[in-house]
Design a protein around this ligand. Structure first.
Ligand SMILES: Nc1nc2c(ncn2[C@@H]2O[C@H](COP(=O)(O)OP(=O)(O)OP(=O)(O)O)[C@@H](O)[C@H]2O)c(=O)[nH]1
Ligand SMILES: [Mg+2]
Length: 369
């Protein structure tokens, strides 16, 4: 029996097993066995086919990487060409793009790599088309741009579903789980919140991963897959922007309707863009949204008695400190620098602040030795 056949058999068993408190541990064990087999089979396939060699996956470059992902003909390549210096072929037939094409978007001084991927179809995660390879290429990105045709807004859910099946979760944070191997005491399960699973079930899952002495602390309510993922680590949590393209093809009123339906919660505004790649509508808003979703900030540097360099800022993650800025310039600067003068978020211009100070987007700093 092949691994795939065994997985199928277990999935059938899982579907047939009644779901109640009495079967909780059995169900968890089947799910864990499936997770273990899947990760084994993925590993084998990646090694055998050398997925990256297919030309779907590109080396990361610049300050951050985004991928354009969606069904064929929604306008991914047109958008790539508009956002970057790239020339990806576009056409009104499906599967115009066959391999990954990249371009660089410069925004606020940040160099953001954007990768245009071939279109994927429903069923991609289970191998339809070159779906698996495309989804594998998307895994490493810092941000997913899920492109749909505004006339078919439901495409967003199809693509999100395929990504989920491929272990890529959008706009969600991983449940916090701490796991450490210990030298004695067997499996110890601790939790700071109420759990649905019993301690015994959780311990059984850990044992299936051949853990004998270990302490697991759960800071969120978790399910079996969450625990398996914390141990195997084959799930990815990525930010995503749902891009509805071709708004030029419907009326303003229709666009408003779809916007209203999509933007229900305050945070939705950060997750949706309504654009026309063809007529350039709302592309500047999309660029700003990409920069913001990537949690980047630009920090300008200046030398004593000189004007700041506004052309080539340091690009750092939000929350970065003066120390991180020094490190980005050169690791030697960390020890050399005593403090920095800051303009922008500081209480007054040129305020002397310590290495621990958290910088803000567009701050100007002068390192003092
Ligand atoms: N009306 C309109 N047409 C667009 C827009 N963006 C792209 N198109 C057209 O849609 C068609 C498909 O565009 P592509 O950019 O090739 O689409 P794609 O998503 O890269 O397609 P694949 O590579 O096949 O997956 C082309 O004829 C484009 O000119 C838009 O905003 N409005
Ligand atoms: Mg294309």
């Amino acid at each position: 029996m092949t691994v795939e056949e065994r997985i199928k058999e277990l999935e059938e068993k899982l579907a047939k097993t009644p779901k109640n408190k009495g079967t909780e541990t059995d169900l968890a064990k089947i799910k864990t066995q499936i997770s273990l087999l899947k990760s084994q089979s993925e590993l084998r396939k990646t090694k055998k086919s050398g997925i990256s060699a297919y030309g779907y996956s590109l080396r990361k470059k610049g300050d951050a990487t985004c991928v354009l992902i969606g069904t064929p003909s929604v306008g991914k390549s047109t958008l790539l060409n508009k956002l970057t210096n790239a020339h990806s072929a576009t056409a009104d037939y499906e599967f115009t793009t066959l391999f990954a094409i990249q371009g660089m978007l410069t925004y606020e001084g940040a160099k953001i790599q954007i990768i245009d991927l071939p279109g994927i179809l429903e069923g991609a995660a289970s191998g339809t088309g070159r779906g698996k390879e495309v989804l594998a290429a998307a895994r490493n990105a810092d941000l997913m741009l899920i492109v749909s045709d505004i006339k078919r807004p439901q495409l967003k859910d199809i693509i999100s579903g395929e990504l989920k099946k491929a272990g890529i979760f959008l706009n969600m944070t991983a449940p916090k789980i701490s796991l450490k191997k210990t030298i004695k005491n067997g499996i110890v399960v601790k939790s700071t919140v109420k759990q649905r699973l019993t301690r015994n079930t959780i311990a059984e899952i850990l044992r299936m991963h051949k853990l004998v002495n270990a302490e697991i602390i759960l800071f969120d309510t978790v399910d079996v897959d969450d625990i398996n993922n914390a141990i195997i680590g084959n799930k990815v949590y990525a930010g995503a922007i749902y891009v509805y393209n071709k708004i030029d093809t419907i009326s303003k009123e229709e666009v408003s309707e779809i916007k209203k339906a999509s933007l229900q919660k305050a945070q939705d505004k950060k997750n949706y863009a309504f654009i026309s790649a063809k007529t350039n509508k709302n592309l500047d808003e999309l660029k700003a949204l990409i920069f913001s979703k990537l949690n980047l900030m630009a920090i300008y540097t200046k030398k004593t008695n000189k004007a700041p360099d506004m052309e080539a800022p340091l690009i750092l993650k939000k929350g970065a400190t003066i120390r991180d800025a020094c490190f980005k310039i050169h690791k030697d600067f960390v020890d050399k620098t005593a403090f920095a003068k800051v303009w922008g978020s500081s209480r007054y211009d040129g305020q002397k602040l310590s290495m621990k100070y958290k910088l803000h987007h567009k701050d100007i700093i002068e390192l003092c030795f």
